[in-house]
Every structure is written in structure tokens, then in C-alpha cells.
Design a protein around this ligand. Structure first.
Ligand SMILES: [Zn+2]
Length: 209
């Protein structure tokens, strides 16, 4: 019978060259299920290792995607220097500390300097970075940096409001509080631009968190 996992129990570490790679991902999930105290052979769990394998592959597919490639095909020359803002982009990610979901809204803005990005590519960019193991601060920064690198605008601002299941489910966070992070580059570091962006983000009628 499998024993439930105990934090204090010493589990033999298997080093890379000992060949954990001989085991399939599904075999490893089966092993984890039994260490959690479950019976992986019962009906409801039979297909679970294969489902988990597929869902984890989907939730981390951002590793196989290249953000610069996505943006490269969608940049246009324009004579426009007002703020471009895409707000309320839905975001689902996994925290790298617990591999539990955090999710919320991403707001992206930039002021062009000769080039813009096709609007539909901004949610795609968010997706590429969100579908990896993340911390919210790095996700925010990576989105800003990718836009900055791609079109070298006058500035970029990214704000993410998210709720973390690793905190909510374990009772560390109040059920309705959210974590807000921001990354401001170039002219978004100036108070006036930053405030304009933040006030546009907060305009009602778009259903916040
Ligand atoms: Zn976490």
C-alpha cells in the first residue's frame, strides 16, 4: 500500500543520470498519485495520469513559442504617437513555487515611435509568457520587455491584477484580494504618462477583478 507523502520523510533522490527518463510522464504521475495516498488503479483515476500530462503540456506550451517570432510578423509603420492601450486581457498562469494557478487581467499600453504591433498579437504575447511556470512580477516585466525590444516605442506600461490559488487555497490570502504588479519602461516612468495609463485602466464598465 502506498503511504501518503510526509514532508519529513526522506525520499531517495534519483539523480538525472540514474535515468528517471526511463519512466514515462504518465508513470510518474501514477507514482505521485500513490504517494499522495491514492489508488491510481481505481476507476476515476485510471486516465488521470494521461489527462494531467496533456493538461500540463498545454499549460506550459509557452516554452515552445518564441515571442519575437510572433511579433515580427505583425509590426507596422505608422505616424501615430498617442497611447495604444489593450486592457482586460485574460491571463491564466501557474506559479513556479507551487505549480498552482494564478489568474487575472493584464493591461498593456505603449506610445509608438514609428511602429505599432497588430492589436491581436498583444494577447498572444501575454499567452506565450503566461503559459510557463511564472511569478507575477517576472511575467509583467517580460511582456513589457518584449514590446520594448520589438518596436522600441517611446515607452511601455504593463499592469497585472491577479489572484493566486496557492495563497487563496492555503488560506494565506483573503479570498477577494488581488495582487497588482506593474512594469513601466521609457516615458511610462514619467508621472503624467503613468497616471494617464492607470486612469484608462481603471475606467469602469469593463468588469475588473
Ligand atoms: Zn505559489
Amino acid at each position: 500500500m502506498a503511504q501518503p507523502i510526509a514532508v519529513s520523510k526522506t525520499v531517495r533522490r534519483i539523480s538525472r543520470d540514474e535515468g528517471l527518463s526511463e519512466f514515462s510522464t504518465q508513470e510518474m504521475y501514477r507514482e505521485i498519485l500513490s504517494r499522495l495516498g491514492e489508488d491510481p488503479s481505481r476507476d476515476g483515476l485510471l486516465a488521470t495520469p494521461s489527462r494531467v500530462e496533456k493538461s500540463m503540456a498545454f499549460l506550459t506550451k509557452g516554452y515552445d513559442e518564441d515571442p519575437t517570432k510572433i511579433l515580427r510578423g505583425a509590426m507596422f509603420d505608422v505616424d501615430y504617437d498617442e497611447m495604444v492601450i489593450v486592457k482586460d486581457i485574460e491571463m491564466f498562469s501557474l506559479c513556479e513555487h507551487h505549480m498552482l494557478p494564478f489568474f487575472g487581467k493584464v493591461h498593456v499600453a505603449y506610445i509608438p515611435k514609428g511602429k505599432v504591433i497588430g492589436l491581436s498579437k498583444i494577447p498572444r504575447l501575454v499567452e506565450v509568457f503566461a503559459r510557463r511556470l511564472q511569478v507575477q512580477e517576472r511575467l509583467t516585466r517580460q511582456i513589457a520587455d518584449a514590446i520594448q525590444e520589438a518596436i522600441a516605442p517611446q515607452g511601455v506600461g504593463v499592469v497585472i491584477e491577479a489572484r493566486h490559488l496557492c495563497m487563496m487555497m492555503r488560506g494565506i490570502e483573503k479570498q477577494h484580494s488581488s495582487t497588482v504588479t506593474s512594469a513601466m519602461v521609457g516615458c511610462f516612468r514619467q508621472k503624467e504618462t503613468r497616471l494617464e495609463f492607470l486612469s484608462l485602466v481603471r475606467q469602469p464598465g469593463q468588469g475588473g477583478m
